[in-house]
Design a binder for this molecule. Sequence first.
Ligand code: TXA
Ligand code: MG
Length: 330
Amino acid sequence: MLISADDAVTRLKAGNIVALPTETVYGLAGLALSEVSVQKIFDLKKRPATNPLIVHVWNLGMAEKLANFSDLAYRISSLFWPGPLTLVLPKKGVVPDLVTAGNDTVALRMPKHPVFCEILKKVDQPLAAPSANPANRTSPTMPEHLFDLFGDNCPPTVDGGKCLIGLESTVLDLSKRNPKILRYGPLSQKDIITKINGISISPPDPIPNVSKISSGDRAPGQGRVHYAPSTPLYLYPSLNRLLEEKLSGNDLILVYSDQDEKAVHARGWKTIKLSKNENAKEIAQSLYDTFSKADKSAMKRLHITLFPSNGSISDAINDRIRRAAHELVN
Ligand code: TXA
Ligand code: MG
């Protein structure tokens, strides 16, 4: 059911949960300081209680009530908030253990989407909002995805159209001595280093090589299969390698450009296009929608290569593709 922003405010204040647009992906929001609301989020997502949630704030004052900010945290938040950056910081006592999965840190983000911000402001309380997908599925980037993912259990949704960025925020851990990226996202390590002289940031742990659903991973929620379409996706190191395969009419190839599409069509195989000319922003924005369309195409197998270009968001695109892959082909 689509609802208005004002209706969302009323439902949130009453302790209920709603799906809201952000500039990255749709979030499933509830009052972060209410265990009852937060439990509803975990239940609907079937999210393991070991995977903590991001808490959204609309100003620094609200953030300071929830976490301890170091000088570096103040600097980074002043440079990149509002925006697609989540900071993991030492938490204060008011944040329920349920939100942080018992960790002594809390993940905070100040989103940039005007509708989400207006709702946050009117609710005037921090909102916990993980991506609005059942655990281990791709995040919704438009309301139709929510209907597809949840069916009859679809939460009331505020329609914000297509999310501008299309991939989840960068998660940066500032709670330890050395800053560390926990999840690649729209803001790259380089984007942060360029703005802050002398800072050194560790990259995320490598993705485990086993094709199994997340359990016992070091960074919570960073399991191997995590952003997956339901049709098996095969990942190749290059297009040339993919073109060596013997595929059939039940195979669909995801391509990055008109040129790649031509090469695949020359083999007589079907394609679905992420972009016309390897445009990274366009690919990020359409990745999950393309997974969703590919799922609906009723093909038996999907095939993709890593995105070959370097750019701010390329690491995040390839991270999500690796996690979505059912099998890595050598
Ligand atoms: O763009 C986004 O971040 C979206 C929108 C809705 O804001 N939200 C989102 O939330 O992607 P979620 O729950 O799907 O992903 C949150 C990530 C997970 O990988 C989770 O494990 C990590 O942040 N996280 C949350 N709290 C953490 C903590 N205290 N320590 C380490 N990682 C944490
Ligand atoms: Mg998620």
